[in-house]
Write a protein that binds this ligand. Structure first.
Ligand code: HEC
Length: 214
């Protein structure tokens, strides 16, 4: 064939291969260097990627990265919700954040179990898991009771001792045990069915809000 030329690289330049697809023919040319470079670079990258994420697990996996993003988003949402000060909605959001609730559970164990017992079922203090509340069932009611206490009745004032962040955490925890109906001290105060205890302008029933698996 007249269109054969021997190049420096040993390939036959401009040699048309014998096959054709829909009239499209193919030259038997050497693959361009830039193309080969991207091929080899991606193979090397794949090794590095595999070692980084799978073998030595240096980088966060998909799930950890997802968790981080969700955590950030939850914090941003919380900041937005409590922009005008703490409210029912922001307390309920905290009750859905595992870190907050875990911190609150720890605080509850340290400071509250003496009177409310480990599941909140009550002894000196009332049962915090039933539908009956002396000082109101809403997140802000609970926050208020915990912050200022009911000194005349033997509920200490926790605001100064714990500080605002830890009060928020322990209230978040109390919201997760609320309405779990642990048998314990008989009801005190007024009955508030779960759906009455949601914040005024919330559409979701309160029972849905706290993360129950804390
Ligand atoms: C020294 C005992 C004692 C300790 C410790 C204690 N409480 Fe209480 N708590 C009480 C008593 C008593 C009441 C009931 C007050 C009343 O009758 O008005 C109460 C009431 C409450 C209420 C309101 C319940 C309702 O029905 O309205 C909440 C919420 C509460 N406590 C949370 C906590 C938390 C959270 C802690 C820990 C930071 C804590 N308490 C520690 C004794 C205690």
């Amino acid at each position: 064939m007249s269109d054969k030329k021997q190049g420096d690289d040993g390939y036959q330049h401009d040699q048309v291969l014998s096959h054709a697809f829909d009239g499209i023919e193919e030259y038997n040319n050497r693959l361009p260097n830039w193309w080969l470079f991207t091929l080899y670079a991606s193979i090397i990258f794949a090794f590095g990627y595999w070692l980084y994420y799978e073998t030595f697990v240096v980088g966060p996996g998909q799930e950890a990265a997802y968790e981080q993003v969700m955590q950030k988003a939850a914090e941003a949402e919380l900041a937005r919700a409590s922009a005008g000060g703490l409210n029912d909605e922001s307390l309920l959001m905290m009750a859905g954040m595992p870190d907050k609730v875990a911190e609150g559970a720890q605080i509850f164990k340290t400071y509250c179990v003496a009177c409310h017992l480990e599941k909140g079922q009550g002894s000196v203090g009332p049962n915090l898991t039933d539908e009956f509340w002396i000082h109101g069932p809403k997140p802000m009611n609970i926050h208020e009771t915990v912050t200022n206490g009911v000194l005349a009745k033997g509920m200490p004032q926790w605001g100064l001792q714990l500080g605002p962040k830890r009060v928020e955490a322990v209230v978040s925890f109390v919201l997760t045990i609320k309405n779990t109906q642990v048998p314990g001290k008989p009801p005190q105060g007024e009955r508030h069915a779960a759906e009455d205890t949601a914040p005024e302008d919330s559409e979701a029933p309160a029972g849905d809000a706290p993360g129950g698996d804390a």
